[in-house]
Design a protein. Structure first.
Length: 339
């Protein structure tokens, strides 16, 4: 991968956990390490798919260094928009003007647009919420923190003149393809029966359901339209962290100005996918509506699409249950989409 990276102009710093001396020199040159500091260790931080993210330990502290490459880090054969790091950097700079939002995210310590690289404070021992898929639970207090962040984010920048800086067209088109298009391709490279025997037949039913596929396509067009709210764009349990200081949010590289319903729909879809109590879904809708404008049917439709794409698409989840539960969720997806 490093050879591929270096062939792309301009030739820039390549983040590599094995090159500690080079990393020390780079961070010092950028002014992000003191002259007395040296990098003593670097290892992967978290289980992210899109980017290379390292926990870098120096002689004095620990930081997170994250670099976007022109591919998906977990799947190097899949190209990905290189400029996603630039959009993410702008996102952190923008929410830095809103203390209540900034305190819910790691602090941005450095941003190198040329290297497509960001440096963050290390939040310490943290656990993302993907444990929910393995029978874990989320309480009302944590859920309310996640909902409050969304409400504040969606309302904070409605009158902003920075919308064009967050068009994020390439990332949105990539996401659109994987959410609204790829799951309906029978030859999408995902052998569903090796994941869950019998799932391919359930997928075929949905793919043959013209009212369903037509509505999903229409929702996909809406996703690509401009909107008034700054949305996170990937608000699922892998982007939520449980830390000693409370809930923190990460990885907004899919952000754009669009419909606020999209973010809330992803949260709700993953409550369903992780088999959380139905009461939490209704609570989420009620809490958001009590503070912000919300098109509830649109939220439910987007949630139905997210459920479907996580079961039939490339971005699979570590779900422990079998065909019966997945078929029921696909039925739920249909009922939500075709309200």
């Amino acid at each position: 991968m490093k050879t591929l990276f270096q062939k792309l102009p301009p030739k820039v710093f390549f983040l590599d956990s094995h090159n500690l001396d080079g990393l020390s020199e780079y961070l010092q040159r950028r002014g992000w390490l003191l002259e007395s500091e040296r990098v003593v260790a670097a290892a992967q931080a978290g289980e992210g798919n899109m980017n290379c993210a390292l926990r870098v330990r120096t002689s004095d502290r620990s930081i997170i260094v994250k670099q976007a490459r022109p591919w998906v880090e977990k799947y190097p054969h899949i190209p990905a928009p290189w400029d996603r790091a630039l959009i993410e950097g702008r996102f952190y700079q923008m929410i830095g003007t809103r203390p209540t939002l900034a305190q819910r995210m790691p602090r941005l310590l450095g941003f190198d647009p040329d290297a497509h690289l960001l440096v963050f404070e290390d939040l310490g021992e943290a656990q993302d919420f993907t444990f929910l898929y393995q029978g874990g639970e989320i309480g009302y207090q944590e859920l309310d923190a996640l909902l409050q962040y969304l409400v504040e984010l969606h309302l904070a920048f409605r009158r902003s003149d920075a919308k064009l800086s967050f068009e994020n067209r390439a990332m949105r088109e990539l996401n659109h393809e994987h959410i609204f298009v790829v799951p309906f391709r029978a030859d999408n490279g995902v052998n569903l029966d090796t994941i869950t025997p019998g799932l391919e037949a359930e997928a075929a039913k949905l793919r043959a359901d013209v009212p369903y596929t037509t509505t999903v396509s229409q929702l996909g067009k809406l996703y690509l339209e401009h909107g008034d709210s700054l949305v996170h764009g990937d608000y699922f349990p892998g982007s939520w962290l449980r830390t000693a200081s409370g809930i923190r949010i990460i990885d907004p590289e899919f952000c754009f100005f669009g419909p606020p319903e999209f973010d809330l729909s992803v949260l709700i879809a993953h409550l369903y996918l992780s088999q959380q109590p139905e009461a939490l879904v209704q609570h989420s809708l009620d809490q958001y509506q009590s503070q912000g404008r919300l098109n509830v049917p649109l939220t439910q439709q987007f949630a139905g699409v997210e459920i479907m794409r996580r079961l039939l698409g490339v971005a699979q989840l570590p779900l422990p249950y079998g065909l019966q539960s997945k078929a029921a969720l696909l039925d739920l997806s249909r009922s939500l989409v075709l309200l």
